[in-house]
Design a protein around this ligand. Sequence first.
Ligand SMILES: N[C@@H](CCC(=O)N[C@@H](CS)C(=O)NCC(=O)O)C(=O)O
Length: 298
Amino acid sequence: MQHRQFAGCVDASTRFLASRADALSAMHVEAAVCGGRARHRRRLVTRARAVTTTTTHDARTSTLEPMPKKLEIGYWGIRGLGAPARMMCEHAGIEYADVVFSDAAAWFGGVKPELCKTCAFANLPYVRDGDVVVSHSTAVYEYIGVTAGADAFADETGRFANAQALAESYDLRNALMKVVYPFNGVTMTKEAFETNCEKHMEKLPTFLAKYENWLKTRKTKWLVRDDSPSSADFSFWEMLDQHEIIAKKRGMKSPLENFLELQRYYAEFRALPKLASYFSSPAYAMPMNSIGGGAWIY
Ligand SMILES: N[C@@H](CCC(=O)N[C@@H](CS)C(=O)NCC(=O)O)C(=O)O
């Protein structure tokens, strides 16, 4: 797999997008860059990434896999809700522009109002595919999943299994966010964070047991499929990884200690060859949560 990366270089990525005749993408990157003054220009980090379409991917040999497409993912410069979308594109070998906003003005005052003309729900993350704009993380993951083939389930049972596993991961994410950020009114001080984080980690096995039992009941390698992770896997794995990191940072044991099936699952996902370049990329090294947003843990 060949990657052309233009890390942290707005002009290069803009040129890249334009050279790919993706006029709308280029316009939005320009809008993000030019929407602010020069200092905004310096602070906005836009990365564009290309994966050659000539690469042969195992997954695409399946009849379930549609042709690769060119997408744009927009999110802040954190893992947050953006990481699963980035991972999904990397895993599928989809050609995509990873538009990273590090300046609130560039998003709220520039790109968001523009995208709202197409999608009134426009938010971060979003995925843009030509004229189509989709926001809300789970819908974004599902859009990429359908586009990439990860969510091309053999029947409706698979679709609803994926929807449930995805919704459960969002519940877990919401529980974590009450601890991580002050804006929800629950964790307003560092002291409250220490207490709430402890309680959250104590409650985490309740979530993990559900996933452990889900895998044992379904007897599938991934949450829905055997042959490929689906959108729910990318979302849930990100949650597993964030909790592993939090546990390490706090000198705690792995939350997966008593969950053998999840240990297998976590390790096998991390070892996916198609994600190797993602795990060694700056995208995986981004903080989990926003320092500017007041997160108590990154
Ligand atoms: N329910 C939405 C929540 C989106 C959201 O809260 N996005 C945050 C970052 S995690 C944001 O800063 N959005 C920018 C905005 O409100 O325009 C989702 O799942 O995507």
